[in-house]
Ligand binder design. Sequence first.
Ligand code: C2E
Ligand code: CA
Ligand code: CA
Ligand code: CA
Length: 279
Amino acid sequence: KEEGRNTYRLYRADMHARDHRDLALETALRNTAETGEGLAVHYQPLIDRDSGEVRGAEALLRWTSPELGVVSPGDFIPLAERSGLILPLGRRLMTLVAGQLRAWRKAGLAPPPVAINLSARQFWQQDLVDEVRRLYADFDLPPGQIGFELTESTLIDRHQRAAATLEALRELGCYIAIDDFGTGYSSLSYLQELPVTTIKIDRSFIRGLGQSRGSVAILAAVTGLARELGLRVVAEGVETEVQLEALKAYHVSLIQGFLTGRPVAADTFRECYLVRPPR
Ligand code: C2E
Ligand code: CA
Ligand code: CA
Ligand code: CA
């Protein structure tokens, strides 16, 4: 009985520590959302395996809190979504990306389309389309310079309304990718009903390539479906040559992963992917 009580106390203390940590994190995140301090964007290249060229990049938010140090997206993005802070943070990210793209273009470089992740809350906010339109105008971006990644769960519930928003974004030239494809829902009919351009095969399926038969079966099904529907396929989380070979067999040529390039700071991205040595 004595022991039981101790265990209980420990458990309580642990819960307390976690609540406390969550609260500290949220307070710090709230400050950052207000000031923008400590936010940065990393860019991960999307590589065409056949030509080696950069076909796009994904913008990934990075946060170094003045109080807490580096916090991983896996920790702060879910919190930002729960608390609603993803709205101001997302707005800051979009401005950072657009500013970066304008700077690169002014320097005579030709940055590829950059994909921005949108969580459900951001996608369903009233003025998203206006905001994106303004972004294109304010930063003199050519059509197609910015695209978006959304997950299946964001789109599936109210796909009628989702279609209207996606249509408007497509008119601005934005491409639309389904992120983490295959992890969300079993229904595929929405793919036919929404103006989606790209599907990104989730890392969990890529990981199994060369190891499990199931992963190959899923790859075959997904690439077959994409071909029928005229969708572009991106493989994400590619880490090994074995995986790359397996993808080749299914004609997946757009690769995003540590094998072809990790997410890097803007300056490194510029050096590695935008400035080409003269031939
Ligand atoms: P995601 O959208 O699926 O982004 C891809 C994640 O996979 C990134 O993690 C990236 O660093 C990681 N990754 C890329 N290639 C590889 C690989 O070969 N192997 C492995 N193991 N990982 C790889 P990151 O940057 O930690 O982001 C995690 C998640 O946080 C993202 O997953 C996305 O859902 C979310 N996130 C990041 N930035 C933003 C943002 O600006 N807005 C929103 N709403 N969500 C964001
Ligand atoms: Ca993504
Ligand atoms: Ca993903
Ligand atoms: Ca993900």
